[in-house]
Design a protein around this ligand. Structure first.
Ligand SMILES: C[S@@+](CC[C@H](N)C(=O)[O-])C[C@H]1O[C@@H](n2cnc3c(N)ncnc32)[C@H](O)[C@@H]1O
Length: 187
């Protein structure tokens, strides 16, 4: 792997960039995972995190180093070849297609620089694809759980359209132009 500026890593054998744990937390409350998310998982061993598009799971392995139990973290990717065997709960699927049946509800679901793959779709399909992704992820979210994505690029109007459609189903969709998406149920 070739480290690049600011926490981005260029693997030699795959087409994706990978990211250091520091990259994902660099924006504090506006980062992929916050101190509150960490504390919820740390203080409650029954709490579960799902990482979709985990890749080499550098962030997820750091969470384990910091005291989260490996069985609390479930990992998913289109291709799990590069995902370490630290994590025995692992699922291979395409996030943009119907998800397989997952028998767990998750307190936190993260998409670490992976929902940026929205950009492979034609512009006119992106709102629908993001709504579909949010609905599928929310179906395996606990009632007061939180979904967080970083690296998502939406242009003016798209976030509002997604937010309005999801609010009809009781889901709150918040987008920060830094690329952060936060999805929760409307309480
Ligand atoms: C930019 S890499 C980020 C990897 C890792 N999360 C990180 O932060 O370093 C994007 C990851 O998302 C995965 N991915 C891309 N499209 C996907 C899809 N449609 N469904 C599931 N995973 C996908 C890739 O295989 C890759 O591991």
């Amino acid at each position: 792997m070739i480290p690049q500026d600011g926490g981005i890593i260029s693997p030699l054998d795959v087409n994706y960039f990978y990211f250091t744990p520091e990259w994902h937390i660099r924006d504090g409350q506006n980062g992929l995972i916050t101190a509150d998310n960490f504390n919820d998982l740390y203080t409650n061993p029954r709490a579960r995190l799902l990482s979709v598009g985990a890749g080499p799971a550098l962030l997820e392995e750091t969470l384990v180093d910091l005291g989260i139990q490996p069985q609390q973290i479930h990992v998913a990717d289109l291709d799990l070849t590069h995902t370490p065997s630290t994590f025995s709960n692992r699922y291979e699927f395409d996030m943009w297609q119907p998800w397989p049946q997952l028998s767990t509800k998750f307190d936190v679901i993260i998409f670490p620089e992976s929902a940026s793959s929205l950009s492979i779709f034609p512009f006119q399909d992106r709102v629908g694809k993001m709504i579909q992704l949010a609905l599928q992820a929310t179906s395996v979210l606990t009632d007061d759980g939180e979904i967080r994505m970083n690296g998502v690029q939406l242009i003016e109007g798209q976030a509002e359209e997604i937010s309005q459609a999801l609010s009809q189903t009781g889901i709150q969709f918040a987008y920060n132009p830094s690329g952060l998406v936060i999805i929760t149920r409307i309480q």
